[in-house]
Design a protein around this ligand. Structure first.
Ligand SMILES: NC(=O)c1ccc[n+]([C@@H]2O[C@H](COP(=O)([O-])OP(=O)(O)OC[C@H]3O[C@@H](n4cnc5c(N)ncnc54)[C@H](OP(=O)(O)O)[C@@H]3O)[C@@H](O)[C@H]2O)c1
Length: 257
């Protein structure tokens, strides 16, 4: 069965692959043989040197601000072939900044609106994929999609929106076109619980908050980018060939209680 997770000859793009969960996912696809591109915000790969959670070894890096649709379109058009698109971009604002129109829009632009810009920019390449079962899109949303998030209305709304978008795109692109010129794309999501990345330092670097968080996770530990990456490898593989439009919660049991 090892062939099903062999990504040799496959092309993968991880948006938000410069850091954290996206970076762990990019490196996991690379370890399974894929040619992997990543997008991030900094000017060059060298700008991530020495940064915890950012290992750009063997990854082709491009600077793209995903809130700029023209940049997304241009960077997408430069990619000739693509089998797997992972959308791992994300942001959050603290100190009630999401309770302003500007702050709300900023978070929704990164966490939700940019998802659509990215999938539309890469749709032709994904529909041309010759991978078994066609192209695959994986969207990182959050368990925040499924409950209120105190102080973060934009994070909650954007992640709930991402789960909805996965459903609708999953249905829309499930079949090849009648003339066979466009192949199917499976669209699925991963909803992480609490993973130690730069996004969650406000919790993980605060001993009391960290203790409280660990208390609320039935498995008793934080998630890792590798915990998430394993599910991404599964979702993009033939093992998940009959799954589309679904978001898998990967949270150590966090939202069970
Ligand atoms: N960590 C968690 O506990 C957790 C839980 C649930 C869901 N998630 C979700 O998982 C995804 C990955 O988050 P993470 O925890 O790995 O955080 P992270 O380490 O901060 O990674 C976020 C990624 O998004 C990129 N990004 C942010 N704004 C961007 C923009 N305007 N244009 C292009 N790229 C942009 C960042 O680029 P730079 O590296 O250049 O900053 C980085 O690569 C996010 O969608 C997040 O909401 C995380």
């Amino acid at each position: 069965m090892s062939w099903v997770l062999d990504y040799s000859g496959r092309s993968v793009l991880v948006v938000g692959g410069s850091s954290g969960i996206g970076n762990g996912t990019a490196q996991a696809f690379r370890a399974q043989g894929a040619a992997v591109r990543v997008w991030g915000t900094r000017a060059s790969a060298a700008d991530y040197a020495g940064e915890a959670g950012s290992d750009l070894t063997g990854l082709a890096y491009t600077a793209v601000d995903v809130t700029d649709a023209a940049q997304v379109q241009a960077a997408g058009a430069a990619i000739e072939a693509l089998d797997v698109l992972v959308l791992a971009q994300g942001t959050v604002l603290y100190q009630r900044r999401e309770f302003s129109v500007e702050g709300f829009n900023q978070v929704v632009d990164v966490n939700l609106n940019s998802l659509m810009a990215c999938v539309l920019a890469l749709q032709p390449q994904l529909q041309a994929s010759r991978a078994p079962g066609g192209g695959s899109v994986i969207v990182y949303s959050s368990t925040a999609a499924f409950h209120s998030t105190k102080g973060n209305p934009a994070y909650n709304a954007s992640k709930a929106g991402a789960v909805g978008l996965v459903r609708t795109l999953g249905e829309a692109w499930a079949r090849a076109s009648k003339d066979g010129s466009r192949g199917p794309i499976r669209v699925n999501g991963i909803a992480p619980g609490l993973v130690d990345t730069k996004l969650t330092k406000v919790t993980t670097e605060h001993p009391q908050r960290l203790a409280g968080a660990l208390q609320s996770i039935p498995m008793g530990r934080l998630g890792t980018p590798q915990d998430m990456a394993g599910v991404a490898l599964f979702l993009a593989s033939p093992l998940a060939g009959y799954i589309t439009g679904q978001t898998i919660v990967v949270d150590g049991g966090l939202i069970l209680a």
